[in-house]
Design a protein around this ligand. Structure first.
Ligand code: NAD
Length: 427
C-alpha cells in the first residue's frame, strides 16, 4: 500500500501474486524450496530500447520487455501486449502463467510474454509499424521458430504479427512463418484462431456442467465482457443449447430471464458501440449486478480482480468459468470454495488461444494445410482432455472443501514442468 498524501492506492504486484501461487503449489506437491526457487526465477528477461521516428520527424523512445520464464517443455510461447501501464514484473508474471497454461494443455511449449510501454491509440498506423518492427528487431537474436514464438495479446493483432514475421524474415534471410502465431490467414494464420479462446471457454463450461448439472442444455449463463472471448463464448454456448440470460460490456449490461439472442446483441454492439442499446432485454443491469445473478454458470470475460471478498458471498452461480485472466482474487476463491462453487480457472478455461496457436505453428513448420473443421476438432479434443485431467486430479488427490480446480490445474502443470527439468538435469 503506497500513501501519496490524500490518495491511497493499493497496488498488487502480479509477480508477487504469481510467486505466491507457485509456492502453495510446490507445498501441495511436497516439493522443496530449491524447486520453488528454480521456478520462481525466469530464465531470461530482456529489456529493449525502441527509438521510433514519429510522423512529425522527431524521435521518441519506447521501452519493451520479453520475459522467457521456462523452456523445460519447449520453446517459450506467449503474447506481446502494448499498454501504457505495462511493467516488467507484470510481463514476468504473465510469462510464468504461460508456462503453466502450456504445460496443463500438454503442449510442447514453455512460457514467455512480452510487453511494450506505449498507448497504441496515440500512434499512427505507420508509427505503430515502425515501433513493432523496432521491437522485434531489437529482440531478434532471442526469438526463433524453435526458441521463442510470440503471439497477439492486449492491443496487438494479426497485422502486428505480420510486421513481426516480415521483420524477422528480413533480418534472418528466409521465410520464418513459425516465429509468430495469430498471423493473418493469407500468411499462414488459421481461420479458427479468432474464435478459439471463446470456443475453449464454452467447452470448459459445457464439461463442467456435464459433471455438475447433468449437461449445459437449458442451463442459464451470464457473461461479463463482450469482446473476443465473451462474444464467442456466448455464441458457442447458445449453439450448445445454453440460455444466455445476461451480457455486459464496459458500459453496462442487459438481462432477460428467457434468454438473449447473441447474434442480435452483437449486431447492436457493432452498430451502437454497446450492448446496453439492445431493446429486447427485460432490464438493464450494472457490471456489479451481472456477477450476482441467480444463474447456473457465470463467465467473467473482461478484466482481472472482479470477484473479490466484497462480492464473493453474493455470487449465486454454481460454476464460474474464467474467460479473463485473473478475475478471481485469492480470498474470494477461498470463500467460494467453502460455499461449494466450482471454478474452472483461467489457465485451463482460456487456453483455447494458445492451443490453436500450436496448431498454426505445426502447420507452418510442416508447410502444410489444415481445414477449419480439423483445427476445431483438435482444439476440442485438447480442451476436453485438459479439463478431465484437471478434474480427475482434483477428485482423486485433493480435499475439495479446501481446494478448487485451480489447485489441481496448477499441480498438474507444475508437476509436468518439474519432471521435464529433472529429466534434463536442471533440477
Ligand atoms: P476485448 O478487448 O476483445 O474485450 C473485452 C471486453 O470487456 C469488452 O467487451 C469490453 O467492453 C469489456 N470490458 C472492459 N472493461 C470492463 C469492465 N470494467 N466491466 C465489464 N466489461 C468490461 O478482450 P478479450 O480478448 O476478449 O480479452 C478479455 C479477457 O480474456 C482478458 O482478461 C484477456 O487477458 C483474456 N484472454 C484473452 C484471450 C484471447 O485470445 N483474446 C486469451 C486468453 C485470455
Amino acid at each position: 500500500m503506497y500513501n501519496f498524501g490524500d490518495c491511497m492506492t493499493s497496488y498488487i504486484d502480479p509477480y508477487e501474486e504469481a510467486k505466491k501461487q507457485l509456492r502453495s503449489t510446490v507445498e501441495l506437491l511436497g516439493l522443496g524450496y530449491d524447486v520453488y526457487e528454480a521456478l520462481a526465477t525466469p530464465e531470461r528477461v530482456i529489456q529493449v530500447k525502441i527509438p521510433v521516428r514519429m510522423d512529425d520527424g522527431s524521435v521518441k523512445v519506447f521501452i519493451g520487455w520479453r520475459s522467457q520464464h521456462n523452456s523445460a517443455l519447449g520453446p517459450y510461447k506467449g503474447g506481446i501486449r502494448y499498454h501504457p501501464d505495462v511493467t516488467m514484473n507484470e510481463v514476468i508474471a504473465l510469462s510464468m502463467w504461460m508456462t503453466w497454461k502450456c504445460s496443463l494443455a500438454g503442449l510442447p511449449y514453455g512460457g514467455g510474454k512480452g510487453g511494450v510501454r506505449v498507448d497504441p491509440k496515440r500512434l499512427s498506423i505507420r508509427e505503430l509499424e515502425r515501433l513493432s518492427r523496432g521491437y522485434f528487431a531489437a529482440l531478434a537474436e532471442y526469438l526463433g521458430v524453435d526458441l521463442d514464438i510470440p503471439a497477439p495479446d492486449v492491443y496487438t493483432n494479426p497485422q502486428v504479427m505480420a510486421w513481426y514475421f516480415d521483420e524477422f524474415s528480413r533480418i534472418k534471410g528466409g521465410l520464418y512463418y513459425g516465429v509468430v502465431t495469430g498471423k493473418p490467414v493469407e500468411i499462414g494464420g488459421l481461420e479458427a484462431r479468432i474464435y478459439s479462446t471463446g470456443l475453449g471457454v464454452a467447452i470448459s463450461a459445457r464439461e463442467a456442467a456435464k459433471k455438475l448439472l447433468g449437461g449445459i442444455e437449458g442451463r442459464t449463463v451470464a457473461i461479463q465482457g463482450f469482446g473476443n472471448v465473451g462474444y464467442y463464448a456466448a455464441k458457442f454456448l447458445e449453439e450448445m443449447g445454453a440460455i444466455v440470460v445476461a451480457i455486459s460490456d464496459s458500459r453496462g449490461g442487459i438481462f432477460n430471464p428467457r434468454g438473449l439472442n447473441v447474434g442480435e446483441v452483437i449486431s447492436v454492439k457493432e452498430k451502437t458501440g454497446t450492448v446496453v442499446n439492445y431493446d429486447k432485454a427485460e432490464k438493464k443491469i450494472t457490471n456489479e449486478e451481472i456477477l450476482e445473478l441467480k444463474v447456473d454458470v457465470l463467465i467473467p470475460a473482461a478484466i482481472e480482480n472482479v470477484i473479490t471478498e466484497a462480492n464473493a458471498r453474493n455470487i449465486k452461480a454454481k460454476i464460474i468459468v474464467e474467460g479473463a485472466n485473473g478475475p478471481t482474487t485469492v480470498e474470494a476463491e477461498r470463500m467460494l470454495t467453502e460455499a461449494g462453487v466450482i471454478i474452472a480457472p483461467d489457465i485451463l478455461a482460456n487456453a483455447g488461444g494458445v492451443i490453436m496457436s500450436h496448431i498454426e505453428w505445426v502447420n507452418n513448420r510442416i508447410g502444410g494445410w489444415i481445414t477449419e473443421e480439423e483445427a476445431r476438432r483438435k482444439l476440442e479434443e485438447k480442451m476436453i482432455a485438459s479439463f478431465n485431467n484437471t478434474w480427475n486430479f482434483w477428485e482423486s488427490k485433493l480435499d475439495k472443501t479446501r481446494h478448487n480446480l485451480r489447485a489441481a490445474a496448477y499441480a498438474v502443470a507444475v508437476d509436468r514442468v518439474v519432471k521435464a527439468m529433472k529429466l534434463r538435469g536442471q533440477l
